[in-house]
Design a protein around this ligand. Structure first.
Ligand code: 1GP
Length: 265
């Protein structure tokens, strides 16, 4: 029987306790190693549950290594890699989202980079957490870099079909991605359409910058709420704290019973 890794178990336990977990995405291209560590510590103090490290144009493994090492020295929450390519794998992290951009038009982003990176993940003994990655909207870096055929924001059934396919392929997480700094958000109806058909854990991110928005996303069924840009730009601890609190309140206000977290096992 498959044994869940330490980080994945922690994520599921936090969702079990609070209805959702907030994660902060930090891009090493936007900070010095000292700055990123300071920011990660501030985020931990405000209640974020994990630090994700990555970015669409991340290109230096050396910079990534320095940043992850510094973050690890300063926080006790898990540090999870959010890779854009094979050079975004660091031995200092706790885990890696082992993700496939399912709506890419390019074989490389669906399985090519994963094939090339897999031995490094094994060599570094990183906990690999399998995730289907779905990109919405076209005017974002992730969409251009990942050669996505962007999913329509208002056709929940399309996203739901992809998400269900991810579940049937054995992925335990599905990420609904609007793109970093996205102006066009994933509507709650679309998140709910995915929630209605899948049992796996739903991650939502891209353009969430306010407590109100965080509340709506969690209420619609997101188990993991990711924010990055809002903290990178504002460094506003109080705002982050409110976003995290609002996500918990949104999860608590869902009209359906609390999820019992044993999705597949
Ligand atoms: C991007 O979903 C993440 O990959 C976070 O997006 O930077 O807009 O918060 P933001």
């Amino acid at each position: 029987m498959l044994k869940l890794g330490r980080v994945e178990r922690y994520i599921l336990e936090e969702i079990g306790k609070n209805g959702c977990i907030h994660m902060t995405l930090l891009d090493p291209e936007n900070f010095s190693p000292q700055e990123i560590a300071k920011c990660a510590k501030m985020c931990e103090e405000q209640g974020t549950g994990a630090i994700m490290v990555g970015g669409s144009i991340l290109h230096s493994q050396t910079t990534l290594d320095e940043c992850v090492r510094m973050i690890k020295e300063n926080v006790s929450i898990p540090v999870i890699l959010f890779p854009n390519n094979v050079n975004a794998i660091s031995k200092y992290a706790d885990a890696i989202w082992f993700m496939s951009l399912l709506n890419s038009t390019d074989w490389y982003y669906i399985i090519g980079a994963q094939m090339q990176g897999s031995f490094l993940v094994k060599k570094y003994d990183l906990e690999a957490i399998p995730m289907g990655y779905l990109v919405f909207g076209s005017d974002t870096a992730v969409s251009a870099v990942g050669r996505a055929l962007p999913l329509p924001l208002n056709k929940g059934e399309v996203a739901a079909g992809y998400a269900l396919a991810a579940q049937y392929l054995g992925m335990r997480f599905v990420y609904l991605e609007a793109g970093s700094g996205a102006q066009n958000h994933i509507p709650p109806e679309t998140i709910r359409a995915v929630r209605d058909v899948v049992d796996i854990t739903i991650v939502v991110g891209g353009g969430i910058t306010s407590p109100e928005h965080s509340y709506v996303v969690a209420k619609a069924g997101a188990d993991v709420i990711v924010t990055g840009t809002v903290v990178e730009k504002s460094k506003n601890a109080e705002l982050l704290s409110k976003i995290i609190q609002a996500a918990k309140e949104g999860a608590a206000s869902r009209p359906w019973p609390k999820k019992t977290l044993s999705p597949i096992f």
